[in-house]
Design a binder for this molecule. Structure first.
Ligand code: A4P
Ligand code: MG
Length: 205
């Protein structure tokens, strides 16, 4: 027989075996970095919705809440006629990929009964990722930094409140962006949110 020797080393299949390489987003990790999350609510018990969002994100142990801004009452920007919002900004650290962080944010929104009917319409809880370290993405499913954050007082005022030296990747210091955007329609409320409640609860504290 003159055909190729099918047992020879040249015929070894070098194609990687994909059966063991199915991506598992839950297992993927990146170097831990700071994540900036904007929370908003204008339906139901707005303060409880924001706090529940923070607690839900921390519950998995994969997103560590570091600090939260004061609470600001804000006039709605865009969308239909709707009630005023409460807005806040949460600083966190996570080694999850950005898409997994988005999944956690959307799960937390769902847990507070978030309905998506009208664009920019009223919502029990919205959690947007403003920045994930220095990551830049133009994917419509997850745009980083958030494409409208740099011009929105309802994001910039609370962010500056919790981190006066913050910088928005690609745009520069938040203080400068805030000076340009102005603070119209944003009022500080005598309310507060807590970080670390979930961790304390998990330890029986
Ligand atoms: N998406 C893309 N990038 C991101 C990101 N960086 N973070 C996608 C979060 N989501 C991101 O979001 C729609 C889709 O955006 C998601 O499926 C996700 O894949 P959504 O939460 O369903 O709806 P949304 O939040 O209304 O959308 P959008 O366009 O992000 O809204 P904005 O621009 O954030 O505006 N006025 C006041 N005073 N306070 C507010 O909090 N919020 C909005 C929402 C409008 N006016 C407001 C407020
Ligand atoms: Mg959103």
């Amino acid at each position: 027989m003159t055909g190729p020797d099918m047992t020879g080393p040249d015929m070894t299949d070098t194609t990687p075996d994909m059966t063991d390489a199915t991506p598992d987003p839950a297992a993927a990790r990146v170097a831990p970095r700071e994540i900036v999350l904007a929370l908003g609510s204008n339906l139901g018990d707005r303060l409880a919705n924001l706090q529940a969002g923070i607690d839900a994100l921390a519950a998995s142990g994969e997103i560590t809440a570091v600090a939260v801004s004061g609470v600001f009452e804000t006039s709605p920007v865009g969308g239909p006629d709707q009630p005023d919002f409460l807005n806040a900004v949460l600083l966190a650290v996570s080694g999850l990929p950005a898409r997994a962080v988005l999944d956690r944010c959307q799960a937390a929104e769902q847990a507070r009964g978030r309905m998506r009917t009208v664009r920019w319409g009223p919502r029990t809880l919205d959690i947007d990722i403003i920045a994930c370290g220095d990551e830049v993405s133009d994917d419509p499913l997850l745009t980083l930094p958030h494409p409208r954050a740099h011009q929105r007082a309802f994001v910039l005022v609370p962010w500056h409140d919790v981190d006066p030296d913050a910088r928005l990747p690609g745009f520069g210091p938040v203080a400068g962006l805030l000076a340009e955007a102005g603070e119209d329609g944003v009022r500080r409320r005598d309310l507060s949110l807590a970080v670390g409640r979930q961790a304390a609860a998990n330890q029986g504290g």
